[in-house]
Every structure is written in C-alpha cells, then in structure tokens.
Design a protein around this ligand. Structure first.
Ligand code: DOR
Length: 447
C-alpha cells in the first residue's frame, strides 16, 4: 500500500521554462513528493486541474507592505492576503517602513510580526544607509532576509544612498545581489524647481525624467565594474537605460533587471484619466518609451517580473500633486495581468514561469522554490484559461482598496493556490488559515 498523499493535483498541464507536460502532482508534508500518472493513488484531497495550467507559485521580489509604521495603508496580513489571491506564493518585502529595516532588531521585529499572519511565504530586505554600510556584510546573512536594498533616488520613506562614495562602501560590504532603485538623487532634487505653477501628475515623468534614471544606472554599472558586486536593477522605466543594460550584460557584468507590468502596460495618457493613481517612482512615461520597454521585453533583456506593490490610500492620492504620494498596488494583479497577456498571445507561459518563478529563485538563491519539481515546496497555482477575472474593488484585498486596473476583465483566472502543501485558494475563494512561512536561502557566490 503506497503512502497516502496529503494532496493530489491531477489532470493539469504543468509549466516550466522548458515546456509543458501532463503531470499529476503528489504533495506530502508540504513538498512535491511525486510527479507522473498519480490519479489512482490514495490521497486526502484532490484538485482536479483538467483543462488548466499548473504553475509554480509566483515569486514577487518587490513589494512594500508598510508594517510597521504605516499600517493604515497595508499590513503584513492584508498584503500577503492580496498576494495569495493573485497567485503570488512568495513575497520579498522592502525596507522603507517606519522604522526602516536597517538593523538586525528591525528585521527580527518584522519576522515576529509575520509569524502566523502571513498568507504567503515571505522574506524581508535590509535597507542600506550611510549609517549601516559597515554592518551590511553581517546583516545580509541573517535568517529571513534575501539581502540588502539600495535606494539611489529617494521615494517613499527616508532610505537613501545618493553619492558614489557611500554607494561604493555599500557595494563592498557583502556579496549577495543588491536590488537597486536607480534614479539619480542630485538630478531629482535639482528638477523639483521645474514644477509648473499649476501642478498636475502629468509632470511626474518630466520632473523624474529619463535622464535621472539613465544617469543613475550609468553610475551604478560603473561601480559594479569596479567592485564586482552583483546588482539587480528594479523597475526599469526608460528607453535611455536599455542600451546600457544590454552592454553591461554583454560585457558579462553581474547585472540583472526587473520589469513591472505597469511599465509594460501603462503610459502617460493614464495621468489624464486617473491622475495621481498613475504616479509612481520611477514614473510611467510616454507611449514611445512604453513601446521600447515592450521591445526589450520581447528581446529578453529583463530577468524578472516584480510588482513594486506600493499602496497609498485614496485620501492620500487625492492630495494635490506633488503632495500626492508615489506608488500603486500590484501584488494581486501582477499574475492575472501577465496571464491575460499570455492568453492574448503576447508571450508564453514558459516565459512567465521563467521570469515570475524560476529566475527570482535562482537570482536570490531561494531554497526549494520556483519550480514544479520533486523535493521542492508545494507552492502551486492552478490557472483556468477558460474563465475570466474582472478587477473590482470587492475582489481586491489590499487595504488601499483601489487599482489602476479596476473595471478591466482579464483572460484566465487564478482558480486554486497551494501554499506549502495547504490548499489556500479554492475556486477563487480563500479558505483556511494563513500558512505562509519564512523563506530559506542557499545562495552561493558564482564560481
Ligand atoms: O512609487 C514608488 N513607491 N516607488 C518606490 O520605489 C517606493 C514606493 C513606495 O514605497 O511607496
């Protein structure tokens, strides 16, 4: 008598970056225990995934969940709940909370706060600052962190590493890949004076212009060449950075980069319709820039998808520009939007899995995640291509209660989600208790 599975996912098409296969998935003790023809095996519960795609859960390595300090915008419970409902099974949360996550104590506090409240798996970045640069090599190796985040341009919160000398010290302190918000702070500061006398969010991509992003990315690449430190450049937003990134990769520098759905899908016309709700850093830009980003995406310049989920309340967004805060939610919509694009023929499920699960796992050395593979964690998403998902405020779980995409009906539906072997979304509805756990890492320095 074979051992009973805790859960079987049968009849679906499983996806990896290498292709698709008809494989049933047997889950035991939170792990993928077997793959193959398993439909007749004994099991405690079964997900019938016939006609559906089964993906490794999405790993969103850039979200801002606001706890501690700004829980009126989001907290770890609501943010991870939004992630789960959108098929994101692991998040990495950014350090620009209050207090910022710049010390071992602040990291330990976040880990305590997440315990038993997280609907998906999690880890927390440490933030680099001029004060902690000498401690980062130690901080980056603490349990529960994927590494050190650098803000070269200021955004929400106080974290900032703006000059080359401090940046060099940060890059020399530690080894793991650093995600970087790349906008040139001195230029951003200088351009604040160019605000018109009748300010409107449409000025945002002019004030935080393409040159601000290009300059910063150029400086960063120079310092990567000098220090050899791997960096991961977040939310690429400009056409001007694309040749720099291409060249740096050709040169073999340890540089990877992220693209968000909003930079691929939105352009400056959105400032006219939704105003400050389209305001984020780095900005949404012209349709020409959006086309250039899409072309680079088709040419595989970007390594991972990230949402940059950055919730602010409607009241905060209603403030007149530039007091309106920058950032938009996205952790619940990232996968549904990308599935919609796949089903519309823009790219493949294989690429979605590569950039949404496999590459984030290999970039940060996440142990046992990112693939539907024996021995890996059972973090799974069942996508029904025959159903649709309309983005409504009722469906959204984020405390902020809005999305730039409300009213849109997306092709495909995140039907079921399994977190560490626990069936947590069933037929589009959440069930059970929060089952997320802290991510482990086995990152090794490339030989
Ligand atoms: O628009 C943004 N908002 N960009 C960031 O980098 C930070 C984020 C936030 O935390 O609000």
């Amino acid at each position: 008598m074979p051992d009973v599975f805790d859960l079987l996912v049968i009849g679906g098409t499983t996806v990896s970056s290498q292709g698709q296969s008809q494989l049933d998935i047997g889950v035991r003790d939170g792990k993928i225990a077997a793959l193959g023809k398993l439909a007749s095996q004994p099991t405690h519960s079964t997900i019938d995934a016939s006609g559906c795609f089964v993906l490794p859960g999405m790993i969103d390595t850039q979200v801002h969940f606001r706890e501690p300090g700004l829980e009126h915008k989001e907290d770890l419970e609501s943010g991870t709940r939004a992630a789960l409902m959108g098929g994101v099974t692991t998040i990495f949360e950014m350090p620009n909370t209050n207090p910022p996550t710049t010390t071992a104590e602040a990291l330990a506090q976040k880990l305590r706060l997440a315990e038993g409240r997280a609907w998906c798996n999690y880890a927390f970045f440490v933030g680099a600052s001029p004060e902690n640069s000498h401690l980062l090599a130690t901080l980056e190796n603490l349990a529960g962190t994927p590494g050190v985040k650098i803000f070269m341009g200021s955004s929400t919160g106080s974290l900032l590493v703006e000059d080359d000398e401090t940046l060099r010290a940060v890059l020399r302190s530690g080894k793991r890949p650093c995600p970087v918000h790349s906008e040139d702070e001195p230029r951003l500061r200088e351009r604040k004076a160019l605000l018109s006398s009748n300010p409107h969010p449409r000025e945002h991509p002019f004030l935080r212009d393409e040159e601000s992003a290009r300059l910063s990315t150029e400086r960063l690449i120079r310092l990567v060449r000098e220090t050899g430190r791997p960096v991961h450049i977040l939310h690429i937003s400009s056409a001007a950075e694309l040749p720099l990134l291409r060249q740096a990769k050709e040169e073999g520098l340890p540089i990877t980069c992220e693209i968000t759905p909003q930079h691929l899908l939105l352009d400056s016309s959105w400032y006219e319709t939704i105003g400050a709700y389209a305001q984020m850093n780095p900005p949404i830009r012209s349709s020409e820039v959006r086309s250039a980003l899409n072309e680079a995406f088709q040419n595989d310049l970007f390594d991972v998808f990230g949402s940059d989920h950055a919730p602010h309340t409607k009241e905060e967004k209603a403030k007149p520009y530039p007091q309106s805060p920058s950032g938009m939610p996205g952790v619940q919509t990232i996968l549904p939007l990308l599935i919609d694009q796949v089903l519309g023929g823009s790219f493949t499920f294989e690429k979605l899995v590569r950039m949404g699960s496999e590459n984030p796992a290999s970039l940060y050395g996440i142990a046992g995640k990112g693939q539907v593979k024996e021995g890996f964690d059972a973090d799974l998403v069942v996508v029904d291509p025959g159903q649709a998902q309309t983005v409504t405020e009722e469906w959204l779980e984020s405390k902020c209660g809005w999305s730039p995409y409300t009213g849109q009906t997306l092709r495909g539906k995140v039907r079921d989600v399994v977190i560490g072997g626990h069936w947590s979304v069933q037929g589009g509805a959440r069930i059970g208790e929060p089952k997320g756990s802290c991510v482990s890492f086995d990152w090794k320095e490339p030989a």
